[in-house]
Design a protein. Structure first.
Length: 188
């Protein structure tokens, strides 16, 4: 069994934030898979599952996401190598996706929490670009990255999100059927 984790912050005020892109992908993937969300207070998450995978959205805030990942992985006895974490990425241009394995957090606090909770980075990541709050190299827009990720997507970005999320679904399906290496070859 595999574990797919969408990172984000719980609550309607964060629903359309850039930092909630992992939740958006997880919601879309659950819907397209015919799954419904249930909540587990013990496992600290919303979850949906079938015989192939468990899909979760932590009910903790982003900086404590690892607690939910650790509890679900332990409950279902899922090996670290069978975990995929889907999250927003400031270092990628908007809409670009990259698969990685065994890589560090690059300052993403949700990923840091998962790495700490699992005692290492031995899991897959689907990084989804949200762009950077910078115009060009070294040219600040005047927006703090921590504030930028908590802003809602612009109207233009919202219009493009369905295509981005569809591509993320394709990457998740590839990960489930073909494994991490084939998916990295296809989506990087």
């Amino acid at each position: 069994m595999k574990l797919i984790v969408g990172l984000g912050n719980p609550g309607s005020k964060y629903q359309n934030n850039r930092h909630n892109l992992g939740f958006m992908v997880a919601d879309s993937f659950a819907k397209s898979s015919g799954l419904s969300w249930r909540v587990s207070r013990d496992l600290l998450c919303y979850f949906a599952k079938n015989t192939e995978f468990v899909l979760i959205k932590p009910t903790t805030f982003m900086n404590r996401s690892g607690e939910a990942v650790r509890s679900v992985a332990a409950f279902y006895k899922i090996d670290l190598h069978n975990i995929l974490v889907v999250h927003d990425d400031l270092d990628l241009s908007f809409g670009r996706i990259r698969m990685s394995f065994d890589s560090m957090s690059a300052g993403h606090r949700g990923v840091e929490s998962v790495i700490e909770s699992l005692s290492g980075p031995d899991f897959a990541r689907l990084r989804v670009g949200i762009d950077s709050p910078r115009i060009g190299v070294g040219e600040p827009k005047g927006v703090d990255p921590e504030k930028y990720v908590l802003e809602d997507f612009s109207k233009e970005e919202m219009a493009k999100l369905p295509g981005v999320i569809k591509r993320c679904q394709e990457a998740i399906h590839s990960y489930l059927s073909d494994g991490i290496q084939a998916t990295m070859n296809r989506f990087n």
